[in-house]
Write a protein that binds this ligand. Structure first.
Ligand code: SAM
Length: 282
């Protein structure tokens, strides 16, 4: 176990500097293995193209959630255009062996029913991502129900699945050419490759962000789909959950959020778990 930590530490120092462009003004926080960047993912220049091993993220869902800087109620077509742009940007930031774990709802009912999962999968493929599989996240403690439509009548009943999905995509080839150290246990591997994950969502009040996911989600993606010391990016970092998982699992983590207050929140959460701020070596 000790040697595993040593490997990731040495690789971290080089890895993070290799992935970030020097003198980037938008880096809010950096240690030798974690960085938080405040920027619009669409305008981002501080991460080098072709440098990221794994992206784990949950973008805004366009459900009129009250975020700070970002308006979460675009017309559906506009939302899909935004989705296409950021998926393309992430594609350029990924290595050839790069992967993307994309957490979104299955369907959306607010403002009229939409097949979000189907639409976003098609868009991802149209910008170059290849489809690998879909994990169903059976979120134990949520109810997506807002109305019955027509109670006990076939007139217009609503059907809504209380689940989200994690679409697993990749850039070049699914089978990695490079070897590396995996940190997943046999029990985790058997459980998590089943493709239906059951664990609770995270409390907005406890975290202080309107839509956090639980650490369990990026933790599973990171352990299943990346090697120790790999570079993991979350382009919609929010409260910093993905970087907490990176820190726990010895991965190099880069998070981007457009909102200054969420960047601050993410920094506070990292400090609480003992991650210290330091100047990144140029
Ligand atoms: C669903 S939340 C992510 C929550 C995160 N997974 C967590 O656990 O806290 C989406 C985040 O994307 C951010 N955001 C929205 N538009 C953005 C953009 N264009 N570039 C970067 N961040 C953006 C919002 O400020 C919000 O914090």
């Amino acid at each position: 176990m000790e040697s595993q930590k040593d490997v990731s530490k040495t690789e971290s120092v080089n890895g993070l500097s290799n992935a970030l462009n020097k003198n980037s003004e938008d880096i809010e926080f950096a240690t030798e293995s974690l960085a938080i960047i405040r920027n619009d993912i669409l305008n981002l220049n501080s991460i080098k193209e072709g440098s990221v091993d794994l992206i784990v993220t949950s973008p805004p869902y366009n459900l009129d959630i009250k975020y700070g800087e970002y308006s979460d109620e675009l017309p559906y077509e506009g939302y899909l255009e935004f989705t296409k742009k950021w998926l393309k940007k992430c594609y350029t930031l990924s290595k050839e062996s790069g992967r993307l774990c994309l957490n979104i709802p299955l369907d959306k009912n607010k403002g009229g029913p939409q097949s979000m999962y189907a639409d976003i999968t098609e868009i991802a493929k149209s910008v170059g991502w290849r489809y690998h599989s879909t994990i169903i996240w059976n979120e134990g403690n949520i109810s997506r129900r807002t109305a019955w439509g027509s109670w006990l009548s076939a007139r217009a009943p609503y059907v809504i699945a209380p689940v989200e999905v994690i679409i697993v995509l990749y850039k070049g080839e699914w089978r990695k050419r490079e070897t590396g150290l995996s940190s997943i246990t046999p029990k985790e591997f058997i459980e998590w490759t089943k493709g239906v994950w059951t664990f609770n969502g995270e409390s907005k009040i406890k975290i202080g962000h309107p839509a956090p996911f639980p650490v369990e989600l990026p933790k599973r993606c990171i352990k299943l789909f990346s090697y120790v010391g790999d570079i993991v990016l979350d382009p919609f970092l929010g409260s910093g959950t993905t970087l907490i998982a990176c820190s726990n699992e010895n991965r190099i983590g880069i998070g981007v959020d457009i909102d200054k207050n969420y960047c601050k929140l993410a920094i506070e959460r990292l400090k609480k778990i003992g991650v210290l701020q330091s100047k990144l070596e140029a």
